[in-house]
Design a protein around this ligand. Sequence first.
Ligand code: ADP
Ligand code: ZN
Length: 733
Amino acid sequence: MNDAKLLRVAVPVPLADAFDYRWVGDGPRPAPGTRVDVPFGRGRRIGIVLEWPTESGLPPERLRPAGAALDGEPLLAPELLETLRWAADYYHHPIGEVLAHALPGLLRKGRPVASRDERRVALTESGRAQDPRALGAKAARQADALAHLARGPATIGELRDAGIGLAILRRLEEKGWITTESAGLGDDCEGGAARPSRASTRFEPPPLTDDQRAALESIREGGARTFLLYGVTGSGKTEIFLRLVAEQLDAGRQSLLLVPEIGLTPQLVKRLRERFGEALAVLHSGLAEGERLAAWRRARSGEAGVVVGTRSAIFAPLVRPGLIVVDEEHDTSYKQQHGFRYSARDLAVLRGRRLGVPVVLASATPSLESLHNAWTGRYRLVEMPKRIGAAGEPAIRVVDMTRNPSRAGLSTPLLDAIDRHLADGRQVLLFLNRRGFAPTLFCPGCEKVEECQRCDARLTVHAAAGELRCHHCGATRPLKWACPECGAERVAVGAGTQRVDEQLKALYPRVRIGRLDRDATARKGALDAVLAETSRGETRIVVGTQMLTKGHDFPNVTLVGVLNADQGLFGTDFRSDERLAQLIVQVAGRAGRGDAPGEVLIQTHYPSHPLLACLLSEGYGAFARLALDERRKAGWPPFSYLAMWRAEAAKKPQVAAFLERVRDAARHGSVTVLGPAPAQMERKGGLYRMQLLLQCGERPPLRALLARLVAEARTWPESRRVRWSVDVDPIDV
Ligand code: ADP
Ligand code: ZN
């Protein structure tokens, strides 16, 4: 048994380690990255071979035999497999679950990856012009094929079933009588790589501005490194990376482009399609399983020269990678907040380095981490400080809410401004980070506020639906205006997007008003409709949540109102200042993108708050320097490294006991342990939540400690009574 052939296999189960099996098949051992069918517990699972170990922790005779390999060649290239293994290690997440993130659901379920059989073959014009009978007896089978295809296109698989094999099809292809969809007959996903389709030639990009030319030059000559493309909104950043993508395509290489949310950026996808046509593959969570697999295959075969997608697209397979772009790199959606808590932005930098390709992080409001990396020379900084349009920078004004009357969250100066911009035929965007009608239902009789029974949170009034809803656990209750305690008529206090929407409709009965929040866009197609109506100029005022801030380009919008800046001013998170500054600059960037100058009004009760003052008088860069200075003094990232250990359970003592044990086990090292402390919202969905923060000036000791603690904690009885997770580089603390 000593020369047993072993396989180490990742199985998608919530356990850290991979599992060893014996390979008893006739053929060679399946290579790392290949799917294998393995026995697991009482059932069978599809795992992925990680490596061929020379020995196992268990004696070979105790190892179970692996079943058949599902793939002739590895599904995951060594580069991608290594990246995923690194990520599992770095984020302390089970390798099987990490690998599952990289594969489309159908492949996880065992669907064969080979797709050649599914490709469609059709007659060309000259093929149609042939008379099968004239081909003669020697080419009888070619004649059969032509006759078959004369009835319509067929897949390679269907043709083979009809007795027409690849050899015949190849001959017809050589003669130019047939065409094969996508990569042609020669290449299969199983084997070689297809060349990416060329960019569509119809497209004529605009001539570059001097700033753009300089930026492009700096990236081109910088080679394979990480760039921070820091340019104000409307400075032409997108155009820069579209040019870079086009250059890669011309050189036969693929680009991976990460965006925060596909649904919110139809304009970017449209621009990509216009320019790259068939070369584009889109990967996002809204795809049906079959579509996802198809896009994944096109990325893997190299046929897709441009792969655009959200967070998880960072794991897209690429045969001929040339470039990685992360658009709006500061966006928090790049960090997965549950399960495998990876940062796609950080992994992009890592994967780019591994692949030896340039990585471009782009934003008008880069994260302080990335700015710090750029300012200290780890990334190359490429700046674009000027807008392209004739409009220039918008004028930003603060509205002091302590001195101005307001109704439903709209102050008089803001309403005056709305009047002016509407009279000029312009459009208005109003931002309010709070959906629903009102955040509070208050009883003036007994002074009680209606709260969720399962969370430490108030219930939000959803007047139109006649409901009270918890925005944290989703609980709902019928809305009753009479107080159940004292019978007094209760009032809705504060304003959410619905209330602002209603107020505007009352004030501007003849103006079309749109709402962009999770409630208004829940119905399929609703989001696209609001965006399209705004693009066409039919909707004159749009009120919305964060959804409004993401990269929209509506040239006729000249006024932007931030209804409540105070929500972000006094956050408990050390990043709340950064978030608010990004949000204000991003929404402000929606104003005046065309030729007319923009105006931005920010409503606040704290008009002289130092953050606002610095941001508005000196801009985001100055704010960032100030904020980084504070972080340095306080020892927060990027001047230290963090990991958050969270736990929750129905019973509070169990949560405390578990995290106290973690704390005790974590002591006596260079890592600072803070807590355990109740989470920001201590009770959510009926569970008590606590957290323990680990902080260290260097990464390696923190990583080593976590590796040890995670392994130990899995064996503790306390760990079975709670739900716990480790969050490396948390973005919420
Ligand atoms: P950003 O990504 O920095 O917000 P974009 O690349 O979207 O900027 O450019 C802003 C606007 O300017 C878009 O409408 C775009 O089509 C246009 N634009 C970009 N580059 C040029 C250029 N060189 N000449 C003319 N218009 C341009
Ligand atoms: Zn709740």
